[in-house]
Design a protein around this ligand. Structure first.
Ligand code: HSE
Length: 292
């Protein structure tokens, strides 16, 4: 028996929705698993030659976590990953590994585990819910966690919504990006973000880009993290000058996500050019919102 799962990239925060909002994007990692005489991991694409190919591999660890959850032994497996989500980019590669491993183990062990429990396990492993939730639910989600576990809601976005993603050639670890955040913020900044987070969800569900341009702004993380992204202000300005309604740090960065009704290729190219002026090469994608 062999199983195949696909898991999408995700962009977390969406500007003002720090640790709460996330969106699944159409850039997919693929995982194929089959029982095997011994553990054997083959990685192609992003992370090839870098990611561990032993019991420390995150996909494999998630499979073991799921097996423990259902009290079943995990047999040795042949695990093949085709990775398209870049590492340490702010595009949810570790969440994709966790969600992919959990789902692969569900399929391999042929067990029923509902999505709410998969989310709980994934949040326990990842620490933050806003990448794992869209990786598991698709589309646009809001998620938070209380003492009983994650609380998640999905929102519909227009079918033709696309996002331009630009990734400069600089690594940012989530741990490093979180260390830069203050332990408390002014009340006025919290209020600034609360209103804009709610209105960002509304603007995305309606495809209301003029509204998005006004509300997709943040005071809780971007002001502290932008120093990790050379040329940040110029790149954002270039994206907006090329037609983006908003440009935000994707997750903890360094990828930037640009939201617009149209002209995504032009916007991405303008941002790549601005990164080049700051001395950085950059890759770009124009991605659909991943729905499933
Ligand atoms: N919300 C998280 C952060 C996303 O910005 O640190 C990365 O997991």
């Amino acid at each position: 028996m062999s199983v195949h799962v696909r898991v999408p990239a995700t962009t977390a925060n969406l500007g003002p929705g720090f640790d709460v909002l996330g969106m699944a994007l159409g850039l997919w990692n693929e995982i194929r698993v089959a029982p095997s005489p011994r553990l054997d991991i083959v990685i192609t694409g992003e992370g090839e030659g870098i990611l561990p190919r032993d019991e420390g591999n995150l996909v494999y660890r998630a499979m073991q976590r799921l097996a423990a959850h259902v009290s079943r032994p995990l047999p040795p497996v042949h695990l093949e990953m085709t990775n398209r989500i870049p590492l340490q980019a702010g595009l949810g590669s570790s969440s994709a590994a966790i969600v992919g491993g959990l789902r692969a183990a569900v399929a391999l062990l042929d067990v029923e585990v509902d999505r709410g429990n998969l989310l709980r396990l994934a949040v326990e492993m990842e620490g933050h819910p806003d990448n794992v939730a869209p990786a598991l639910y698709g589309g646009l989600v809001a998620v938070t966690v209380d003492e009983a576990g994650p609380i998640v809601a999905s929102f519909s976005v227009p079918e033709n919504m696309r996002v331009a993603v630009v990734l400069p050639d600089v690594r940012v670890s989530t741990e490093e990006a979180r260390r830069l955040l203050p332990t408390s913020v002014p009340h006025a900044d919290a209020v600034f973000n609360v209103g804009r987070a709610v209105l960002t969800v509304h603007a995305l569900t309606q495809g209301d880009f003029p509204l998005l341009a006004r509300v997709m702004r943040d005071r809780l993380h971007e002001p502290f993290r932008k120093r990790l992204i050379p040329g940040f202000d110029d790149v954002v300005a270039a994206g907006k000058a090329a037609g983006a309604a908003a440009v935000v740090i994707s997750g903890s960065g360094p990828a930037l996500a640009a939201f617009a009704r149209e002209g995504h290729e032009t916007i991405a190219q303008a941002m790549v050019d601005a990164f080049a002026r700051a001395g950085l090469a950059a890759r770009w994608w124009v991605l659909d919102v991943a729905l499933f």
